[in-house]
Structures are given as C-alpha cells and as structure tokens.
Write a protein that binds this ligand. Structure first.
Ligand code: IFM
Length: 426
C-alpha cells in the first residue's frame, strides 16, 4: 500500500468511535460481564470487560486525548445497564455522568454521537430473551425516549443499534459471544430481524422527542464478499452471504421492510428510518464453496492482512459506499473503520488509504461526510479481550497509561488540515 497525497473536502469531519463496554470498565450489570466470568474463560486472554480502559473514571483525560488528536466528532456508547439497572427504573446519576461527558466533548469542540445498543444487554433483559424476543425492541424504544429526554440537548447525532448482523453471527452461530449459542441459524435470523426492527422503534421514539432536525441512524457492519473464483457456485455463495449477512438487515433498518431470510412485510410500517447511512467497514472476504465443506472464506496468497487475518482492501469501502448510497440516497458516514495492528506498522497507511477513498468518493459525488476511526484507545475487543489493539492510542491496561501512537499523530495531522501529504510523513 502506498497512498498518494489527497485532500478531503471542506466540512469533512473526522473523529473516533468507542463503545461503552469496551472502554468504561467497572460495570457488572450486563450479559458481557457475566459471560467474561464464565469458567473456563471464553475470552482469548482470560481478561474481562470489568477492567477495560477505566474510561468511566478517566473521561476527562480521554476527551483531552481526543482534542489532542484533532477530533471534531466522537461516537460514544451509553451503557444500557447503567442507565436502566432494573426494568423501567432509570438511574439519574448515570445520566448525569453521561451529561458531564457530553459537556466535556462539547467544550472541546467535539460533536458527540451516542449509540444506544452496542452489544451489551442489561441482565434483566438478557434473562427475558433479549433480541430473541420482542422484549428488546420495546425496551430499546423506552430507553431511546429516556435518553432523548435527558441528553437530547447535548447529543448531536444518534446511533440506535450497532451491527445487528455481527451481533447475531457471533452470539448465535459462532457461539463466541453471549449467549454463546452455536449453529442456531433460526435464532440468529430472529435476532437480526428483531434488532433491525428495534432500530425502527427507537428511531421513532427519538424523532418524537427531538423533532425533524435530529440526525438519527444505525451503524451497520459491511463487508465485500467476493467469489474466490468465477465458478458459478462461488459467485452464488458470495451473493448469498451478502444477502444473509448485510443486505436484508440494512434494508429492514433503512425502510422497515423485511425480506428473506428475515421475514416478509413491514411489521413496524414502511418509511424512511435513517438520516445517514452508518457504515462500519474493515475488510473484504473471499468466498469459496465446496460440496464437502459448504462455503468458507479464505485469504489469497500475498494479500495484505491485519493482526487478526482480516484482508485489508480500501477499495472495498468505495464499492460498498457507492452501492449503499445508490440504494438509499443518504449521506454516508463511516461510523467505524480501523485495524488491529499491535506494532502500529501499517495502521497509518491503512488510515490514509481509507481516507483517500473518502476523498475520491466525495469528488465523484457520493456524499461521504464523516469518518469515525475505530478506535481511540486499545480496548476490550470482545472475545479477543485485551489482545487485539485497534487504538490510535496504546493502552497499558495494568497502569492505564495512554500513549499516542505514530498513527495517532498522523490522524491528528489529517484531522486538522484535511490533507495527506504522502508516506514521507508516516
Ligand atoms: O470492536 C468492534 C466494535 O465493537 C464493532 N465493530 C468492529 C470492531 C472491531 O472488531
């Protein structure tokens, strides 16, 4: 990867994205804390989200870091179990804490986006079946209303649901995340459907309180599924995966319309349910089908990969942004993009390559307006625990010392100047 100089359009906004469970630490009232406590540990390095980055107690320091990185925007999570520790009882002290964090961001000139659901369920809701049942959609609608009422003057934009597709695959097909179920395809699609419809319900609740000027959307994990060969079975498998993984749930969230495999009709009504298309983009998959093993994804010889083996392909972002914009005609916000790179050997180039794509798309007329880098700090990366660093800032989890990486300094230069002057500055 060698990235040529580029300039982002005036008004383009850069910042970082985080999720409450991955950074805050200290909260035991959700299903992820319970999952981390299982014996033997289901987390690769045996760590738990109870530690994470202690951001709950260090938000001043972390907002100062964001300012140092030149962030103009920041996407943060609101931990549902802190806000609603028991069904229907909201904790005003937790809201006050988030108000303080939002004020700090505003004082630093950073526009905050708040995410309502980013993979962690309060235990009371997990016990009721979470997104496997309709209970979660109703509960998310109530949470959205409570957050709009208490935080609506400080939050600049809203993300209702993060990656319903990854959530369903990890929790019900791979069994790597709570509730740890393997191979339960029916339940996985039910969860994807319910979480997508929960977005619609939460969007309506936010809109009711905040009016037409509120900017509300979802963050969807999108990938390019490319066939490994031109054989019709590989082509078909790639198309099928695309539909199962991302096309159907994106359609449900954007329009309320269900399609195979999520169901039929529009149980919440049809409409226009997003003000921006939130795309979380990381990687491309090469798909191969065989009668013996079914489909599998593979990495072609020599393809660049990150520390987790994900194929690095900035062009994939261009293809997906064009495609989803052509379908939904909404501004595109890159709600997550980043890479796992412990040595910080290629994160800078990865960042530059993906931002170069944003610049090119904008020049083509695809309205890519924002870029939220995943992520600010090395954090608790779900089943990978503390072993998968995605941060512009390195975290020493034992001491909670933060150190800005060279890629973080590059990010800051681009965020401030909206220019990239070439690899010599890496
Ligand atoms: O850490 C996750 C995040 O919670 C959701 N999107 C992908 C990131 C990297 O795996």
């Amino acid at each position: 990867m060698s990235v040529s100089p580029f300039r982002l359009p005036d008004g383009f906004l850069l910042g970082t994205a985080t999720a409450a469970t991955q950074v805050e630490g200290g909260e035991s009232g959700h299903d992820w804390a319970a999952f981390c406590a299982l014996v033997p540990s289901p987390i690769r390095d045996g760590t738990t989200c109870l530690r994470a980055c202690d951001h709950w107690n260090r938000m001043e320091e972390d907002v100062a870091l964001q300012a140092e990185l030149g962030c103009r925007i920041h996407r943060m999570g609101l931990e549902w179990s802190r806000l609603e520790p028991e069904e229907g009882r909201f904790d005003e002290a937790a809201f006050a804490h988030y108000r303080r964090e939002l004020e700090l961001l505003r004082e630093a000139g950073i526009l905050p986006m708040a995410t309502l659901f980013h993979f962690s369920l309060p235990l009371w809701l997990a016990r009721k079946g979470g997104f496997e049942s309709g209970a979660a959609a109703e509960a998310l609608e109530r949470l959205a209303d409570a957050c709009a009422a208490r935080l609506g003057d400080l939050v600049e934009s809203w993300c209702t649901v993060n990656e319903p597709n990854v959530y369903a695959v990890k929790g019900w097909i791979e069994g790597a995340w709570p509730p740890g179920r393997k191979g339960d395809l029916r339940a996985a699609f039910r969860v994807m459907r319910n979480a997508s419809l929960a977005h619609v319900a939460a969007q309506r609740a936010l809109r009711r309180r905040l009016g037409p000027s509120a900017r509300i959307g979802f963050a969807q994990h999108v990938r390019c599924f490319d066939p490994a060969t031109r054989a019709p079975w590989d082509v078909l498998a790639a198309r099928l995966l695309d539909r199962l993984f991302q096309a159907a749930s994106t359609e449900a969230m954007a329009t309320g319309r269900l399609s195979w495999p999520l169901g039929r009709g529009a149980p919440q009504g049809r409409g226009d349910f997003c003000d921006f298309l939130g795309l979380n983009y990381y990687a491309t998959d090469r798909v191969r089908f065989s009668l013996r093993t079914g489909y599998r994804t593979e990495v072609p010889d020599g393809a660049p990969v990150n520390d987790l083996g994900w194929i690095i392909d900035a062009e994939g972002l261009a293809r997906l942004a064009r495609r989803f914009h052509a379908r939904y005609r909404k501004p595109v916000w890159i709600t997550e993009n980043g890479t796992c790179d412990a040595a910080d050997a290629f994160r800078g180039e990865y960042l530059a390559a993906h931002l170069a794509v944003c610049a090119r798309l904008a020049a083509e007329g695809v309205p890519v307006e924002r870029y939220y880098h995943w992520t600010l700090l090395d954090n608790f990366e779900w089943a990978e625990g503390e072993s998968a660093p995605f941060g512009l800032v390195a975290t020493d989890f034992a001491t909670q010392r933060r150190t800005v990486r060279p890629s973080g300094r590059l990010f800051a230069r681009i965020a401030r100047t909206l220019r990239y002057d070439g690899p010599s500055v890496l």
